[in-house]
Design a protein around this ligand. Structure first.
Ligand SMILES: O=P(O)(O)OC[C@H]1O[C@H](OP(=O)(O)OP(=O)(O)O)[C@H](O)[C@@H]1O
Ligand SMILES: Nc1ncnc2[nH]cnc12
Length: 175
């Protein structure tokens, strides 16, 4: 995998969305379909070689986790379940409040999106403080899903987000 090519497609935006935040913009990556393919293939290979259990569900976080999660789920033959910002999902939902690098928010999942005992991997574009990923983990655990791992394209290591998560973290790019 050509990490240099992928790194070159991630843009640093100072002071967005708030002063003092260095925002990692991943959308330029999607201008290069070969680079996207490399990322997806790398993550799918990582999953296929790291777990001896069947992966039942890939959970992706609203919104940038939706760019990767469904494609990876499809390649693995797993289901995809969304974690949505509050107020967007129909039906019966469960909710959690969480804190992220530049604010607070509410996440929701549909109650029937994970069955008790299912093996789950959580995918997102980036981990900063880990607050969003931990919120997702709380929701999955409420449905008695088993979080095997978190996978991110980018990890902001200096924020030590993985320290607040209760499952192993794999990230392709440490920034
Ligand atoms: O580790 P944390 O400090 O929780 O931050 C990471 C989260 O922040 C971003 O999402 P954001 O809420 O900005 O939503 P978006 O994907 O809709 O832009 C990013 O995509 C992660 O989900
Ligand atoms: N610095 C950052 N860049 C992009 N997305 C983020 N989500 C939380 N912190 C972020």
């Amino acid at each position: 995998m050509d990490l240099k090519r992928i790194n070159a497609l991630i843009r640093d935006i100072p002071d967005f969305p708030k002063p003092g935040i260095l925002f990692k913009d991943i959308f330029p990556l999607f201008q290069d379909p070969i680079a996207v393919e490399m990322v997806i293939t790398h993550i799918v290979n990582h999953i296929n070689t790291s777990f001896d259990k069947k992966i039942d569900v890939i959970v992706g976080l609203d919104a940038r986790g939706f760019l990767f999660g469904p494609i990876i789920a499809m390649r693995l033959g797993a289901a995809f379940a969304p974690v949505r910002k509050a107020g967007k999902l129909p039906g019966t939902t469960i909710q959690v409040a969480y804190e992220k690098e530049y604010g607070t928010d509410l996440f929701e999942m549909q109650c029937d999106s994970i069955k008790p005992g299912q093996n789950v991997i959580v995918i997102d574009d980036l981990i900063a403080t880990g607050g969003s990923a931990r919120g997702a983990q709380e929701l999955i655990e409420k449905m008695r899903g088993n979080v095997l791992s978190f996978i991110f394209l980018i990890e902001l290591e200096f924020l030590k987000g993985k320290d607040i998560l209760k499952a192993p973290v794999y990230s392709m790019i440490k920034a």
